[in-house]
Design a protein around this ligand. Structure first.
Ligand code: IMP
Length: 175
């Protein structure tokens, strides 16, 4: 049994759905861990250390960030705060006249059993002109490359940043 420490149940639902396919058991531990400032990998490393201290068993944490080229990478590591404050409507407003709508969603999965390892998944894409679909977080405004609609409108597990990072984790975990 591995524990998934997060304050975000939506993330856990997806993580569980993905890991179920590989017969890896995961349980939700709802906890809010301190998020330091820094690069996404540094944030994840700090969180997994704290999570392991509490759980003292196999544990996973995940950190995500949405980087928008036109906004020089904003919201990036501030994605969570920006979502809570200006939200998708605020991002769309900032992007109103943007010609370059390129963006990428990055997931860093950190695993620890005392020994820590990080796995990264990156999905290139675009910021939609308008919100599409009903889902959580930035799903209604992020269109992955090769698609015409947002994460909210597709089977995102097949291609999501989270899936990519977890696939790397599974490959390592099972070997
Ligand atoms: P966090 O700092 O890792 O919790 O995530 C950064 C922000 O990105 C939060 O507001 C999340 O809700 C959002 N987020 C992370 N992954 C996804 C996703 O797959 N879809 C939509 N929003 C996401």
């Amino acid at each position: 049994m591995i524990y998934f420490v997060s304050s975000n149940k939506n993330k856990f639902r997806e993580v569980k759905r993905i890991l179920d396919r590989y017969n890896i058991d995961i349980e939700f531990k709802e906890l809010s861990l301190i998020e330091i400032q820094g690069e996404i990998e540094e944030i994840a490393k700090h969180k997994i250390k704290d999570a392991y201290k509490i759980i003292k068993d196999e544990v996973i944490v995940e950190d995500d960030a949405l980087f928008i080229d036109e906004l020089n990478g904003f919201p990036g590591v501030y994605s969570s705060y920006v979502y809570k404050t200006i939200g998708n409507d605020g991002i769309l407003k900032l992007m109103k006249d943007a010609k370059n709508r390129d963006a990428r969603f990055v997931s860093v999965i950190a695993y620890s059993n005392g020994y820590t390892k990080l796995f990264k998944g990156i999905v290139e894409g675009f910021i939609a002109e308008n919100k599409q679909g009903v889902s959580w977080g930035y799903d209604p405004i992020f269109i992955p490359k090769g698609y015409t609609t947002t994460y909210a409108m597709i089977e995102k597990d097949k291609i999501s940043h989270r899936s990519m990072a977890l696939k790397e984790f599974v490959r390592w975990y099972k070997s």
